[in-house]
Design a protein around this ligand. Structure first.
Ligand code: HEM
Length: 225
């Protein structure tokens, strides 16, 4: 326990902790995006997928608990690292690191905070139905939760669509630097590959942004089945 505290107590340990928790969150995000895209296969596909997840209560709650724990650990490392860096900067270190830093890297904390706000709103919107209690009563002819109707109704409002696009935009910006930082923290970003890694990180982030944003936009514009 003490040795774990020692490793994650150092700046390098915290960066590695952020990288490892980030990978888990990244895998969730990719899985969730692929799941969401089933909306383009129609009502049965997306409702069946949601029903499969909801009916495995043990798996669902284990995943939820892991996800929450990993996300909170990621946020904890982000806050402590930011505070430590700020303290160092006040005494004149790390100035070099900021010169030439990309927009994504300078705004990591801001994009992370926007994502956090978005997730809170998103859970109240589609998971608990706090913002729209009627969503939880939607059932299809099989008696399953009608997720298709829920997202269709949810994304008929332009402000909601705008909030989602901003939320997933922040996610894309965060990931474009997060993936680069992940390779850096694990020592994989060698000089010769650095620019290729940075370009690949931007491409992955753009794919995720488009993969998420296309759902609310297509439903709003009437482009899904
Ligand atoms: C436009 C993009 C998105 C759409 C259309 C969408 C859709 C949904 C839907 C329909 C649910 C509820 C599933 C159900 O009732 O079975 C859900 C749950 C959830 N979403 Fe999203 N989502 C989007 C983006 C995101 C993003 C970017 C994140 C995280 C960064 C995220 C995290 C979550 C989480 C944590 C849950 C709760 C899972 C659970 O515990 O049941 N979503 N999403």
């Amino acid at each position: 326990m003490n040795s774990i505290r020692k490793v994650f107590g150092t700046a390098v340990g915290k960066k590695c902790g952020m990288a490892l928790t980030g990978v888990f969150l990244f895998l969730f995000v990719v899985g969730h995006m692929v799941g969401n895209l089933q909306v383009f296969l129609g009502q049965y596909a997306i409702n069946h997928y949601a029903q499969l997840l909801q009916s495995n209560t043990g798996v669902l709650w284990s995943l939820r608990i892991c996800l929450a724990a990993v996300a909170l650990t990621h946020i904890y490392f982000a806050i402590t690292l930011t505070l430590e860096n700020r303290a160092k900067r006040e005494v004149g270190y790390e100035v070099k690191e900021l010169v030439g830093a990309s927009l994504a890297s300078r705004t990591m904390f801001i994009s992370g905070s926007v994502i956090f706000g978005f997730i809170v709103y998103h859970l109240l919107h589609f998971t608990t139905g706090t913002t729209n209690p009627e969503f939880m009563t939607f059932k299809d002819e099989r008696g399953w939760h009608d997720v298709y109707r829920m997202v269709q109704t949810g994304f008929s409002n332009g402000w909601v669509v705008a909030a989602y696009v901003v939320g997933v935009g922040a996610l894309g910006l965060h990931l474009s630097n997060g993936l680069r930082a992940f390779c850096q923290s694990l020592g994989w970003r060698f000089e010769t590959y650095a620019s290729r890694i940075d370009r690949a990180a931007v491409i992955v982030a753009v794919v995720l942004f488009v993969g998420f944003a296309i759902v609310p936009l297509a439903l709003f514009l009437g482009g899904a089945k």
